[in-house]
Design a protein around this ligand. Structure first.
Ligand SMILES: [Zn+2]
Ligand SMILES: [Zn+2]
Length: 339
């Protein structure tokens, strides 16, 4: 089969590799219907991460697909099911998985698709993907919904739910800020904040394309460099920009919550006294995906969410290297694998 390899910054290619096999009775094999980039992948390709020097390795950790084989202990899925695949490798039963932290799985640590960490699991731009603990790591896609726009369900799309919904629980008339910049995550968060949390949602950015999407999703959109409100119950930092992170941290009400999903590979200085005086609950860490995939898919099924508005372009599989290394990759390009 073909596997998309990240070779070095600005260079991707398809390599011919062996197809994965069912190795454990709890495995399933999934053939992608559509795959997409995590916002992080664009930074890998652009030489903005430590991973950018580790090539060649298979890239990609977001896909929806169809189950083509199941191990004999795989009980919840059968051949032909349309599924989303969680981005990380998690057992589903260890002490961390059991409390909803599969990205902290005690058996598999940082293992994931599409980055060279803790073993090689291939990437979701492979033509076939081995999914361990399939009953846990797969989620059935809703009937009657075009699966293509759900390609991000195993990571960024579910992260929209994760960064907003638990943090607004119990708040009447929530007000949510989203600081954009990484690409798609902030936009998925806007969709959740506006339509699931029914929050007054303000989106800050300076990119006209993303700002237009945020406006179509129902946010009040403001230039990041203008005046900003400081009375948000929840702020989502999806920027990967230290200045925007600092702005997010001082934008919340006392004892408000800031969830940061932009990855900072360097130390960032923070206004600690201001955070002390304000009282800020700050979370910075990997998205958990699987526990958030189910409620996200439910909201997609009942048409509460609009992931199709976040999709920046739909392309053929063969176009992956050219589109992703080109000048117009977009914030959420989705690639469709033909039969
Ligand atoms: Zn990711
Ligand atoms: Zn685990």
């Amino acid at each position: 089969m073909k596997s998309l390899m990240f070779v070095k910054p600005g260079e991707l290619r398809f390599d011919e590799v062996d197809e994965p096999q069912i190795l454990e009775p709890t495995d399933a094999l999934v053939r992608p219907i559509a795959s997409t980039t995590c916002d992080l992948d664009h930074h890998v390709i652009a030489d903005k991460t430590p991973f950018s020097t580790f090539g060649p390795f298979p890239l990609g950790h977001e896909c929806v697909g169809r189950v083509v084989a199941v191990g004999e202990e795989c009980a919840d899925f059968r051949v032909g099911d349309a599924v989303g695949v969680a981005w990380h490798i998690a057992c589903g039963t260890c002490a961390q998985c059991a409390i909803g932290h599969p990205a902290r799985c005690l058996r598999h640590g940082d293992a994931q698709y599409g980055l060279p960490v803790n073993g090689m699991w291939g990437g979701t731009f492979d033509e076939l993907v081995r999914v361990p603990y399939a009953d846990y790591n797969l989620a059935k896609l809703p009937d009657g919904i075009d699966p293509i726009h759900l390609a991000s369900i195993g990571d960024n799309l579910a992260l929209g739910w994760e960064t907003v919904m638990p943090s607004v629980e119990g708040i009447t008339d929530p007000k949510v800020a989203v600081f954009g910049g990484t690409g798609s995550i902030g936009l998925y968060a806007v969709d959740v904040a506006v339509h699931c949390a029914r929050a007054h949602t303000v989106y800050y950015d300076d990119d006209p394309v993303r700002m237009d999407v945020a406006a179509r999703l129902g946010a009040d959109v403001h230039d990041i460099n203008g005046k900003r409100d400081k009375d948000f119950h929840v702020a989502v930092d999806a920027s990967c920009d230290p200045d925007r992170l600092r702005a997010a941290l001082v934008s919340v009400v006392p004892e408000g919550t800031v969830n940061s999903v932009g990855i900072y590979f360097e130390d960032v200085s923070l206004p600690m006294l201001a955070l002390y005086q304000r009282g800020v609950n700050f979370h910075n860490g990997k998205g958990m995906a699987r526990p958030n995939m189910t409620p996200t898919l439910r909201a997609v099924a009942d048409r509460t969410l609009h992931p199709e508005l976040v999709t920046s372009g739909i392309y053929d599989w063969e176009q992956i290297p050219d589109v992703l290394t080109g000048p117009n990759a977009g914030h959420k390009p989705i690639f469709v694998l033909g039969d």
